[in-house]
Design a protein around this ligand. Structure first.
Ligand SMILES: *Cc1c(COP(=O)(O)O)cnc(C)c1O
Length: 366
């Protein structure tokens, strides 16, 4: 029994008629950019996380970039985030001319160690970018308190956390603005690239929307420098079919995580820790072991998908060499990158599949 890390075909099979119908409708209307479906998904995603504005764009990386650029963040400004994330978190900061400043993470949740924020703030700091890694929210109260004390913006990288909550509030509504990604493997994925900004800041939303469409004020009139970063109607149509299922899918992921928690309790693996301030959405179920390579090899031989998120932290990546970090700067991150790996988890995974994963792990560790 082969078990993929993520089974996108199972999800499509469950919604094939709806998705095919929606796609067919867009094709027959031949209106591919902008239009009512894009507006509808902007409103629906904003409503789903309890904020007033959604601005669709080309991908999650652009969503971060558009937020930073339109909050006036630029050359020489510093943004505090963690190095244990997908490259896009820091990439977006560099693309507005700003500097990513890293802090270490907590060992159990892999989220930003908020106790290190205060020491990372300088007179150049303009914002904090918490990344809700693997679908669990960062402890946001201390983040917002530090931001308030120093007059900083809070920009959520919520790309892995759509639907997650913190003290009853959804990711996306926990800072000044947030970025979502609709990359196919994300909890709400489209059939290609897609992303969205959500915010309660009407001015930021309007500016980001304009920038995402070539700085256009009126067709062929441009009063601001822009980029081309749009969500197309086909993707919007697919997302509109999928969004109503998001909460069920996330509940399915939580249920599957609880099954692993039980099946792997005595496996010797360190299991993901959850904090009781909210509900995570398990974008990934990440375990750790000093014998990662051996266990991953056994799983691979059994036809079971695994992957390492993330094998090299951002502060040690060649592209960020100019930031002058070195090995030893973030010991918790550096220990994690040697031991972590994700095992199959998706809403449709069966208990039988999970038992098989646990059995192979037991064989490899026993
Ligand atoms: C996926 C992801 C992004 C970027 O999203 P894209 O749509 O791939 O550009 C940014 N940050 C994190 C943490 C992500 O997981």
């Amino acid at each position: 029994m082969d078990i993929p890390l993520l089974d996108l075909r199972a999800q499509y099979a469950g919604l094939k008629d709806e998705i095919d119908g929606a796609v067919g409708e867009v094709l027959s209307q031949a209106a591919f950019i902008g239009g009512p479906r894009v507006k509808a998904i902007e409103e629906a995603v904003a409503e789903c996380c309890g904020v007033s504005h959604g601005v669709a764009c080309g991908n999650g990386t652009d969503a971060l970039f558009l937020i930073l650029a339109n909050l006036g963040i630029g050359k020489g400004d510093e943004i505090i985030t963690t190095p244990f994330t997908f490259v896009a978190s820091a990439e977006s900061i560099v693309h507005v001319g700003a500097v990513p400043v890293f802090v270490d993470i907590e060992p159990g949740t892999y989220n930003m160690d908020v106790g290190q924020l205060e020491a990372a703030v300088t007179e150049r700091t303009k914002a904090i970018m918490p990344v809700h890694i693997f679908g669990q929210c960062v402890d946001m109260d201390p983040v917002r308190e530090a931001a308030k004390r120093h007059g900083l913006a809070v920009i959520e990288d919520a790309c892995q956390a759509i639907g997650a909550t913190y003290r009853g509030v959804r990711a996306g509504a926990l800072g000044d603005a947030a970025a979502f990604s609709f990359f196919p493997s994300k909890n709400l994925g489209c059939a290609g690239d897609g992303g969205m900004i959500v915010t309660d800041d009407a001015e930021l939303a309007a500016k980001a929307k304009k920038m995402a469409s070539h700085g256009t004020s009126k067709k062929y009139f441009h009063d601001a420098m822009g980029v081309n970063s749009r969500l197309d109607s086909l993707q919007a149509a697919i997302l509109l079919e999928k969004l109503p299922h998001l909460d069920d899918w996330n509940a399915g992921r939580r249920a599957a995580a609880a099954v692993y928690d039980e099946l792997l309790a005595d496996s010797g693996l360190a299991l993901p820790e959850t904090r009781d301030f909210g509900e995570p959405v398990y974008h990934l179920y990440v375990v750790r072991s000093p014998d990662r390579d051996g266990i991953m090899a056994a799983l691979k031989d059994a036809g079971i998908g695994t992957a390492v998120y993330y094998p090299r932290a951002l502060h040690l990546q060649e592209v960020f060499g100019y930031l002058d970090y070195s090995e030893g700067d973030f010991p918790v991150v550096e220990a994690a990158q040697e031991e972590v790996f994700a095992i199959p988890l998706f809403p449709e995974i069966t208990r039988e599949q999970q038992e098989r994963v646990a059995e192979v792990i037991a064989g490899a560790t026993g």
